[in-house]
Design a protein around this ligand. Structure first.
Ligand code: CMP
Length: 139
């Protein structure tokens, strides 16, 4: 089934000028980038985006990191896009990520792990709506 998922290219990747390299992995995996914008996340945006992690010990650090440099927010479209992108990203901890995945190739640590991808279709819809309107998405 054709689906959409939400992706963020995180500050550790934009800082190292890896946007194009990450996008190449995404496109080589058969996912289409149907919306994309480079932004500097505000503290309010990052806090809201990660509010499910508010009680975790790393929440403050995560918000600080996500606002530390530009990010690229994206909508990806394709067959089973949510699961496919999670496969392409690799495990959250790059030490456990499979060969060829974005995190194996580029991530620096469990916190500075280059990309985010939605974990379900429901969350993809919620996350996409935080950064894009329907008019921004050109499939
Ligand atoms: P992400 O998919 O964006 O969703 C939550 C993020 O929290 C996750 O990627 C990691 O970047 C971050 N995270 C998860 N575990 C840790 C941890 N132990 N320390 C710091 N950051 C973490």
């Amino acid at each position: 089934m054709t689906e959409r998922t939400f992706s963020i290219i995180k500050p550790d990747a934009t800082r190292r000028n890896l946007t194009g390299k990450v996008n190449a992995v995404i496109e080589d995996a058969g996912l289409r980038i149907v919306a994309q914008r480079r932004i500097k996340m505000t503290e309010a945006q990052a806090k809201k985006f990660y509010e499910v992690h508010a009680e975790r010990p790393f929440y403050g650090e995560l918000v600080e990191f996500m606002t530390s440099a530009p990010v690229v927010v994206q909508v990806l479209e394709g067959e089973n896009a949510v699961a496919r992108y999670r496969e392409v990203m690799g495990a959250t901890n790059p030490a456990q990520a499979a060969d060829g995945t974005i995190r194996k190739l580029y991530a620096e640590s469990v916190g500075e792990n280059s990309v985010h991808g939605s974990d379900s279709i429901e969350n993809a819809k919620i996350e996409i709506a935080q950064f894009f309107t329907d008019a921004d998405i050109v499939g």
